[in-house]
Design a protein around this ligand. Sequence first.
Ligand code: ATP
Length: 508
Amino acid sequence: MANNEELFKKIIAHSKEYGFVFQSSEIYDGLSAVYDYAQNGTELKNNIRNYWWKAMVQMHENIVGIDTAIFMHPTVWKASGHVDAFNDPMIDNKDSKKRYRADVLVEDHIAKIEAKITKEIEKAAIRFGESFDEQQFRNTNPRVLANIEKIEDIKNRLYPAMDNNDMVAIKQLIEDIEIVCPVSGSKNWSEVRQFNLMFSTNIGSTAEGATEIFLRPETAQGIFVNYLNVQKTGRMKIPFGIAQTGKAFRNEIVARQFIFRMREFEQMEMQFFVRPGEEMKWYEYWKNERMHWHQSLGIPAAMFRFHDHDKLAHYANAAADIEFEFPIGFKELEGIHSRTDFDLGAHEKHSGKKLRYHDPELNESYVPYVVETSIGLDRMFLAVMSFAYTEEQLEDGSSRVVMKFPPMLAPYKVAVFPLTKKDGLPEKAREIMNKLKYDHMCFYEEKDAIGKRYRRHDAIGTPYCVTVDHQTLEDNTVTIRERDTMQQERIAINEISGVVGERLNVKP
Ligand code: ATP
C-alpha cells in the first residue's frame, strides 16, 4: 500500500466519526493545520506518550525527565540558530496561487525520476527472470545511468544552494528542470523567498516595554539551557540523558496531510550528553534502540526504514530518520541526530555562562556532545492509527472496521455490557465495572443490541468486551470477547482483570 489516498481518507473520516481527532474550531470552518484530540484520541495519545516515557525514563537509570516552558528568553533562539537559519524557501505559482516549499518541489521531482528508475528495474527483473542482477543492471543500463546522473546533478545544485541560502540558484534550478505546478500545470513561478517558521508574540503589557518572543519550534532548547541544573541537582554522570515531551510550534508553509504536518504539534525528545569523540557510538546505539522501541509495539518491521541524511542541519554531524510507511508513503516519523557541542557551545557564547562538565574519570572539563532522539507524538499517533485500521469481511457476510491497536495503547482496555437493561443486569455490570476501573480504563455501555456494541468497540479498538447475562447472576461468570479473533470465553468475574492485564504485559 505504497500511496493509498483512499485508505488515508478513510482513516481521517474514522478519526472524526469515532472521536479520535477533530479539526480545530470546526464550527468556524476550522483553522488550517491545527487539530484537537477528541475523547478516544486523547486516551490513545496519552498512552503513546506514557509508553515512550516509560521506555526512555523508567527503563534507563541514567535518563531523567523534565517539563520546561514554551516561552523562553529570545536570545535562546538566536543562539540555537533558529532566528537566522530556521527558514524554508517558498515559491508561489502565479496561476494557481498555490504556495510550495521550493526544496520540496525539487525533491518531489527527484522522487519522480527515482520512480522511473524503479520501474525500469522492475521491468528488467521480469524480463531476465532468476538470473537478474540488480546492481549490474544499475551500473550498466544507459537509461538508468542517465537518470542517476540527472538526480546527482540536481542534488549537487540544490544542497549547496540551500546551504548558502541562495534563493536565486534554487529558482534557476526549478526553471532549468522545468518543474510545473501540480495544480495549474504552469511554469509561471514567483521568486523564491526565505520564510522563517517561528511564530512570534509579545511579552509585557506596554508597547514600549514589550519584548518579542517566540513560541518554541522544538522542545530541545528547554533541555539544553537546563542541562547543567539537571546535571548538578541530579548528580548525573556522563553519559546521561534528559527527556521531555511538549508542544512545539512551526508556521509550516505547506501544511496538508492531516496530523502529519501541523502548525501546533507535540514532540517527545531526549538529549543524551556524551564525551566528545564518543558521539558516533551513541548515535548508533540510539538508532538501534529507537527502532527497537517501534517494533516492540508489534508493528511489522517492514513498515519502518532508516533514511540517512545527505544534507545535514546546521547543528549536526550525522543524522538519520526513522521512516514509517504511512498510507501516503514512507515518511519521516522520528529523527536521530548527532548535534555535536553546537547548542551548548552556542549557549555558552551567548549567555556568557560556562556550561562545562567536569569528568571525574578523565579529570577534565568539556562541553558535552549531544545525541538526540526526536519523535513527533502526532506522527506516531498517525502511524499507530494507520497500522491499526483494518477492514474485515466476516464469515456471516457482514463486514467490520476494527482498530487493531497494540493493547497497551488502546484508549479503553475493557468495555462492560449488561445483556439487557432489566432483571438487575445493569446493576451487576456496574458492580463489576466499579471494581475493574481501579485496574484498567473501562467503558460502560447498555444502549443498543450487543452486536452493535461490539462493533462500536471494534471501531475504537477496545481489546476486550465483557458481557453480563442472566447466568452471571447465578454463578458470577461473564463472557469475555477478544477484539481481533472475536472469540468468546466464559470466565469468572474475578479473573477478568488478570486476563486483560496479561495482554498489556510488556515484560520480556
Ligand atoms: P520535516 O522534514 O517533516 O519537516 P523535520 O526534519 O523538520 O520534519 P525535526 O525538526 O527533526 O523535523 O523534528 C522532529 C520530529 O518532530 C519529526 O520527526 C516529526 O515527527 C515531528 N514534526 C516536525 N514537524 C512537525 C509538524 N509540523 N507536525 C507534526 N510533527 C512534526
